[in-house]
Design a binder for this molecule. Structure first.
Ligand SMILES: Nc1nc2c(ncn2[C@@H]2O[C@H](COP(=O)(O)OP(=O)(O)OP(=O)(O)O)[C@@H](O)[C@H]2O)c(=O)[nH]1
Ligand SMILES: [Mg+2]
Length: 604
């Protein structure tokens, strides 16, 4: 083949691929791969062999590029993170202001310092657009309140921070951490570190709490009104600290699950609660769960006005915001979890069943994080995943179409959903997981930390490559790994999908094509031979499947084994029907148990 010095692949606006190869012999081919692959649009008279080699090269380059992209993404995202401890600190309140109103002919106006603004609070809220905790920072703060200013202007309120976490996250407050628990403890610690004397300590404490009019500090300290205000302030502070200690006795606990989506009664109750919320209270859904409230703003000097003190020359500083240490644990709530070896076709199945698009590639560990998709089941038992061959790239799609003929539809990514006007009858979520391999429990491969995320799945599904040598060995390893992770977990497996069944037996569309194009007698004879060969292959495939079924019955119990092809969307309706049955049954049980108060929803 001609040496190719430079190959560049450009995506055309129309969605096709433009390939430009330039070599030392100034040889160049331009080819559009979109459209009918059987009749490519050639601009040079190169042979078919050269063309095929070129496509092979493109395919391998595309695979390499995808691999590189996945590795880059893995580095960017920092992997999958499902457990995290974060330190949260709400915003500090703004300081009050000491000021006096000044006007022409009014040299001694009343005190006019504004109050400080409240510090921002920190909320935590689930988001469907987040799938891992990697992006959650370890230290979270909210904006400080603004300081009050003259002419009675109060400071602005600090900006709130909302921590977005994936659905399935559990939030727990850690109350016995070694860090300072509240602002008072932190203050004491800092004074101890500095080794201050009792007097210096009192001075510093005062500085942290009070603001004096310039050059009036000493005067203020001697005034009875200031001493009274200081005593009152100390009392309030004690009460605040006591209230904070009481709050800690009920540490924050929040669980973001989707029970309300499946139990209509829960949804209705929540809607009613929201509707009858007293006026003036913030809507709970808007920001999520409050985990740390912002500190109150300080008082401006008008606050200390009394009949005996008409010109108070002091104000207070803002209070510190609440500090909490939170433990976030992600346990993805998917109704069904896919468990299989790398390359078994888990991501292909997710793509085929849902609208979610996950990278599919012919190398191990393409999927690094659990990915959840929603299966919408329609009246005719179908769902709205990709509607045709689930291929990796447009070149492969075009090629497969060329090879397999018109028997298989084109990928629906370019088509309108055929279910647009149909009635949806059921909906459930399905999680595609990274591949599980032997010794995953000893952290080989990607380990099995991700299994924690599907521990709470209603049903697990084994997916094996039926075209492999001994799919039953894969099943044994998967079963053992689940048990090594958590004894009894394998009993959640309800189904075995024997994927890539299309690779066994003859390629049906190829046969049809061969028959269509052959007209002479010798071709008929060769077709007879081919038919015999095909029958033998089919028989072999049937035996393999029967063996797998028998093995499952003896070793794993009465699990259903469904042969399927995720790539060519074969037998998916049967899979969906079984899954709907398992999920519905489990939901009904859960709803009944939570209504009778026996079980907390998604208890861990
Ligand atoms: N012929 C055939 N190929 C399939 C089928 N399902 C998946 N494949 C191919 O198998 C390869 C691996 O598919 P993936 O869906 O990425 O496999 P996976 O289990 O998600 O792999 P990891 O993410 O690495 O764990 C891809 O090249 C798919 O095109 C199928 O039903 N038939
Ligand atoms: Mg995958």
């Amino acid at each position: 083949m001609t040496q190719m010095g430079l190959i560049s692949v450009r995506k055309l606006a129309a969605g096709g691929l433009s390939l430009v190869c330039q070599g030392p012999s100034r040889f160049s081919i331009q080819k559009r791969c979109l459209g009918d692959a059987a009749q490519p649009n050639r601009t040079s008279d190169t042979s078919d062999t050269l063309e095929n080699t070129g496509i092979d090269r493109i395919l391998s380059e595309a695979a390499l590029r995808r691999k590189r992209r996945a590795e880059w993404k893995r580095k960017q995202e920092g992997g999958y993170l499902d457990h995290l401890i974060v330190n949260v600190r709400a915003g500090i309140g703004g300081d009050g202001c000491v000021a006096f109103h000044r006007e022409k002919f009014k040299p001694y106006g009343p005190p006019s310092g504004g109050n400080g603004g409240i510090g921002g609070s920190v909320y935590i809220s689930p988001s469907p657009h987040v799938t891992t905790l990697v992006k959650v920072p370890r230290r979270i703060t909210a904006g400080p309140g603004g300081n009050g200013t003259g002419t009675w202007q109060h400071g602005r309120v600090g900006s709130d921070t909302i921590i977005l976490v994936p659905y399935g996250t559990i939030v727990r407050e850690i109350v016995d951490s070694r860090r300072a628990q509240d602002a008072w403890e932190a203050e004491e610690e800092s004074y101890n570190d500095q080794g201050l004397s009792e007097e210096d300590r009192r001075k510093k404490m005062r500085e942290r709490r009070w603001i004096h009019y310039p050059e009036y500090e000493e005067d203020n300290l001697e005034r009875g009104e200031f001493q009274e205000a200081e005593a009152r302030f100390a009392n309030e502070e004690k009460q605040r600290r006591w209230a904070e200690m009481q709050r800690r006795k009920n540490p924050i606990f929040a669980e973001f699950d989707i029970l309300e989506d499946i139990d209509p009664e829960v949804t209705k109750r929540k809607e009613l609660e929201e509707l009858h919320r007293p006026l003036g209270l913030s809507r709970s859904k808007a920001k999520g769960v409050l985990v740390a409230a912002g500190g109150a703003g300080g008082h401006g000097n008008p606050h200390f006005l009394s009949s005996t003190n008409r010109a108070p020359k002091w104000a207070t500083r803002g209070h510190d915001g609440t500090r909490v240490t939170l433990e976030l644990e992600l346990k993805l709530v998917a109704d069904v979890g896919l468990v299989g070896f790398p390359n078994a076709g888990k991501s292909t199945l997710l793509n085929a069943l849902t609208k979610r698009r996950v990278t599919v590639a012919n190398y191990a560990f393409t999927t690094l994080n659990p990915q959840v998709g929603t299966v919408r089941v329609f009246k005719d038992g179908d769902c709205d995943g990709a509607n045709g061959i689930v291929e990796e790239t447009s070149v492969e799609r075009a090629r497969a179409r060329g090879l397999l003929g018109a028997g298989i539809e084109e990928n629906s990514r370019l088509q309108r959903s055929p279910h647009a006007n149909e009635e949806e009858i059921f909906r459930f979520t399905i999680a595609d997981n990274p591949g599980l391999i032997s010794q995953a429990s000893e952290n080989v491969g990607l380990g099995h930390a991700f299994l924690r995320s599907i521990e709470r799945a209603r049903a697990l599904v084994y997916i094996v490559d039926l075209s492999g040598e001994r799919p039953w060995d894969e099943l044994q390893i998967l079963h053992d790994e689940l048990e090594a992770y958590k004894p009894g977990l394998s009993s959640k497996c309800r189904l075995v999908i024997a994927n890539k069944a299309d690779l066994l037996g003859p390629p049906p569309a190829q046969r049809t094509l061969d028959k269509e194009h052959s007209s002479d007698d010798s071709a008929d004879e060769s077709n007879v031979d081919q038919d015999k060969l095909d029958e033998a292959k089919v028989e072999e495939a049937k035996q393999k499947l029967a063996h797998l079924r028998a093995w499952v019955q003896t070793h794993l119990g009465p699990l259903d084994v469904i042969p399927a092809s995720a790539k060519h969307r074969q037998n998916l309706r049967r899979i969906v029907k079984s899954l709907v049955g398992y999920v519905d049954e489990s939901r009904q049980q859960q709803i009944a148990a939570s209504r009778s108060g026996e079980l907390q929803p998604f208890s861990t």
